[in-house]
Design a protein around this ligand. Sequence first.
Ligand SMILES: Cc1ncc(COP(=O)(O)O)c(C=O)c1O
Length: 353
Amino acid sequence: MNYRNELNDMPSYDGVEKTYRIKVNANESTLGLPPLVEERVLNRLGLLAFNRYPNEEYYSLVEQIARNFSVDTSQVLLGSGSSEIIEKVFHAFGGAGHTVVYPQPSFSMYKIYAKAAEADGLPFDLDARFNLNVDEFIKTIREVNASLAVVCNPNNPTGNALTPAQVEQIAASIDCAFLLDEAYVEFYGRSAVNLVKRYPNLIVARTFSKAYGMAGTRVGYMIAQPSVTRMINKCFMPYHMNVLTLAAADVVYQMRNEFVPRIQMIIAERNRMSERLKTLPDVEVFPSEANFILIRLDAAQELKDYLETLGIGIRYFSPSAFGLKNCLRISIGTRTENDEVFSAIESFMEAGQ
Ligand SMILES: Cc1ncc(COP(=O)(O)O)c(C=O)c1O
């Protein structure tokens, strides 16, 4: 079989996961949809014309998003998860001889999307506390004449965030496209979408998978200037979003205020968990503006294995992952789940003393 050359080196994404009683390994929402939202979604699905391509449903959601951000509908594109958006942006600015610069550690898929787009991926190292040296980052982007710079804000898996002023400094100082991945921004509250009107290079990607508990439906979107969306739109297949996803997301977006108390709960629980984890000797807790917390301890792998025996799934990073040696990422669940996760970690640490 004569596959294309690059496919041999491409890592496979292993999507098969164990079943956990408490699943805090993938930064999903631990809660299903609020009951009223779920009821409206199910009603709406019953009214769909399954035999038609999803035109109306696509534009209905685009219109809502555009209205919310006071941008033109031509500035919004939808994707099957923000994954599809990010992949297409890499595709649009990739190709032979093009360089994509992104911090590391960050979302591990950036490296893979760069490869898939046949671009040169150039990771830029965060410091030991996972902070980005913005001036040096800008300098690197300019020096290599990058076609695309990517920043995840707040950053996955570290949890920390750039300020809006730092984001603006990057947008203003580079000529190339600048993709800002705001997958977790609802838990931070400081989006940069309003900067899009001032910076024609800025592309903001958002998702319904985290704050809106819609990871299973696969829906995300991007906002950029019309000249940018026009080009990136060329990378999508016609009707790449299915009507079930679009209709469900349309209802969820209309009812997004219903999610505000949950987002506030997750933020409060994150802060509470951080403080509790900080009380454990020998556990380093990194500051987080997202729906997860990164910690570091010598016995990281043993703790992950121990939690697994209790049916608790958290994220362990391979020792080869840059900067993440002995790190674990714990997504925030309900108060009861978080209490159980904390007690289990506490017992593990006490037993090890
Ligand atoms: C930083 C970041 N960006 C994008 C995604 C993709 O999310 P989705 O495709 O579900 O929108 C994730 C998922 O975990 C993520 O962590």
